[in-house]
Ligand binder design. Structure first.
Ligand code: TYC
Length: 101
């Protein structure tokens, strides 16, 4: 028996939609206590105390620091929740987002 093997003539290239990643940025201010910033970073971004302290100090010294990178939705939700945590205590703590590259 002769088996006929046909090769597909058309190669379908899968179009992979890459979700645009967004950075969450911590912005420095003169009023929010350092320990509070660290607490918010730990709670909202699941950082260790060490990581959170370093990110907080980087924002404190340089004016801002990238906290993490997520898909747009998650970045915006986390930035809003973290900013709200400060607002609830009367602090001007601010987290913003921006597209990566
Ligand atoms: N600069 C604040 C202080 O000295 C601490 C702080 C750090 C606040 C980082 C915001 O994103 C921030 N109390």
């Amino acid at each position: 028996m002769t088996e006929i093997v046909t090769k597909p003539r058309i190669k379908v290239l899968p179009k992979t939609e890459r979700p645009g990643l967004h950075k969450v940025i911590l912005v420095n201010d003169d009023y929010t206590p350092r320990e509070f910033v660290v607490m918010v970073l730990k709670a909202e971004f699941r950082m260790s105390g060490d990581q959170a302290y370093r990110v907080m100090m980087t924002a404190h010294r340089r004016g801002a620091c990238v906290v993490a990178v997520y898909t747009k939705d998650i970045a915006e939700t986390k930035a809003a929740r973290a900013t709200e945590a400060g607002r609830a205590k009367g602090y001007p703590l601010l987290f913003t987002t921006e597209p990566e590259e």
